[in-house]
Every structure is written in C-alpha cells, then in structure tokens.
Design a binder for this molecule. Structure first.
Ligand code: ZN
Ligand code: ZN
Length: 125
C-alpha cells in the first residue's frame, strides 16, 4: 500500500511532466513555424546573393557552361575524351555555394531569428 501523500506527489509530478512535454512540443512547432516565416520575410527583404546575383545558381565552374569536360585518364593529349561534367551533371549550371541555391544572403539569419524571438515582433504582418 502506497501512502496517500506519496501518491498525490506522484500525480502532481506526472501533471508537471506532461505539461513540460506539451510545452516542449509546442516550442518545437513554434520554432518551425517561425523559421518558415523568417524564411519568407528574408526572401522578401534580404539582399540578393552577390555571388549568383539572386538567381541561386551560376554557370558551372568546372565545365564553364559547356556541360562536358575534357578528360584524359593518362594525361595523353591525343586521347582526350569529352565527358559529362561531374559537378553539374551536364546541366551547365551549379547551385550557388554562397547562398545554397536560395538566391539571397543567409549570413545573419540566426542572429535575426534570435532578435525576433527576444523582441516578440509580430510576424504575421
Ligand atoms: Zn548565391
Ligand atoms: Zn559542369
């Protein structure tokens, strides 16, 4: 037989624990929503990426937009074979490495998110 005060304590702990877990889940969802809103906001106001000029991609640096590279396994100038560029797979363009293909500047993303969180700015506007 468990003494009554202990059982009450157990029940209380369960409620607190349950509340904590719920809060945690809500927090994760809120941060997820916040991220997507921040992403949209950023897309609208962020300066375009200087490397790709806001396109999110640029001409493949390996094949220079030729889709193929001249490659010879033995460095034999006579037997040079054109082969599909391994970087762009023949697409002639590659994702911008500076902005990860997004086309806008990502550098201050985290600090800005923290700023919004701390100041509770209205995100829905
Ligand atoms: Zn870029
Ligand atoms: Zn290429």
């Amino acid at each position: 037989m468990i003494p009554k005060p202990l059982r009450v304590l157990g029940k209380g702990a369960a409620i607190i624990l349950g509340g904590f877990v719920t809060l945690n889940i809500a927090g994760v969802v809120a941060i997820g929503a916040l991220r997507s809103v921040a992403e949209k906001k950023r897309k609208k106001f962020a300066p375009p990426c200087g490397v790709c000029k806001g396109k999110g991609y640029y001409l493949c640096k390996l094949c220079k937009g030729n889709a193929t590279i001249k490659w010879s396994p033995l460095y034999d100038p006579v037997h040079i074979n054109p082969c599909v560029c391994p970087t762009c797979d023949g697409d002639r363009v590659q994702d911008c490495l500076n902005c990860v293909g997004k086309g806008y500047c990502l550098l201050v993303h985290l600090q800005e998110l923290q700023f919004w969180l701390l100041n509770r700015v209205d995100f829905c506007k």
